[in-house]
Write a protein that binds this ligand. Sequence first.
Ligand code: PLP
Length: 445
Amino acid sequence: MTDRSGSGDEGNQLERLDKKHVFGTWSYQKQVQPTQVVGADGNRFETADGTEYLDVSGQLMCSNLGHSADRVADAIADQARETAYIAPGYTTEARARLGEKLAEVTPGSLSKTFFSTSGTEAVEAAIKIARMYTGKQKIVSRYRSYHGATYGSISVTGDPRRLEAEPGIPGTIKAPDPYAYGSTLEPMESLEYIDEMLMLEGDTVAAVLVEPVVGSNGILVPPAEYLPRLKEIAHDHGALLICDEVMSGFGRTGEWFGCDLFDVTPDIMTMAKGLTGAYAPLGGTIVTPEIADHFEEHMFCHGHTYAGHPVACAAGLAAVETYQEENLIEHAAEIGAYLGDRLEELSAAHPSVGEVRGVGLFRGIELTKRSDRREPFGVRSDKLSPETTVVDEVAARAGENGVYLANMINTLIIAPPLTITREDVDEAIDAIDDALEHADAAMEA
Ligand SMILES: Cc1ncc(COP(=O)(O)O)c(C=O)c1O
């Protein structure tokens, strides 16, 4: 990586400017400390003071291709020169080919995509499509979920970030989660509860919306029979199944999509993040032919200026081709299994590790204050508090050890670029091993 450490002073000045003039997201502004990044290469990035970090969480679990996907960067530059923007009523080669490509790599008959610019907008479109198609209004989603920041998508979100936005849009209902370690219900019991909820709602539910593998709310992998049965339950009650693959898609789980782990084709699937490997903002909402056909004679009453943005679609097409040609999905499954084994070693070595869980390169370490029972260091209300938790401190110590590690509530989130190597995994494990000493020392007697 190029040494740009000489830019430290300027970096500090830029950080001050940024703090003064730019909002930090989801945070008390007095606590925001923007750190200037001056370069990113492979699976690493570098800050203005010359520190290099191994990117163990792929930034916001989105940099699936790492930071040197030249093919994607070139596609962006070429498209920007050729046709940077054209209204959504026109098409471009990249948009048409990406639509075709997504029909190829997504499961079952999913075939027609609405392109937007984020996961939030992908979910927003899914909600509207489900409502328009079924003529029903309610959306059932789960408590331990994140689906986006706008009013519709935050209303179907279950995590504490929704609370500021409540009461939100009408017609959203929350269901329990498949979370054996932390819920009072067993995963399959929680599912049967959803069956009862849909029965009690009568024929008014447009869709059930879930992350097939829950991401930021703790990396929750349901039992094998969960998702197939959920689809059955939804359909029995005349509701659609929407799978939100914004975080779990594009190889994260060692399969193309989280729902591929369970051989389930949803009626609607949302995607973003890995769709371009985060090289450009792009969201997608793909539907089955039955749903697509409905809009032949009914208005598709949705759109954006940047729907199908040529540069973002060019990035998306190049990203999907990169996953395919570099066999990155297979690599994620293989290296993900190694990562899983190494995390089990950490679990055995540290009493503060309550549970490690996950699949592929989508893993979580949930902490506990007590070794005899689950006693979280971080609770849901901490997400809205200015205080730092022991979990934040563990992630910060990993940072001091040169490893960037995301965390949420009580779980450390490991979701590196799919390009990660065994040596990188070993380096990450060493850094986390040391950081967990902090949690061990903070445990209750
Ligand atoms: C499952 C899921 N859905 C939707 C979103 C929202 O995506 P974005 O932040 O791109 O708007 C996220 C973001 O993390 C997500 O994890």
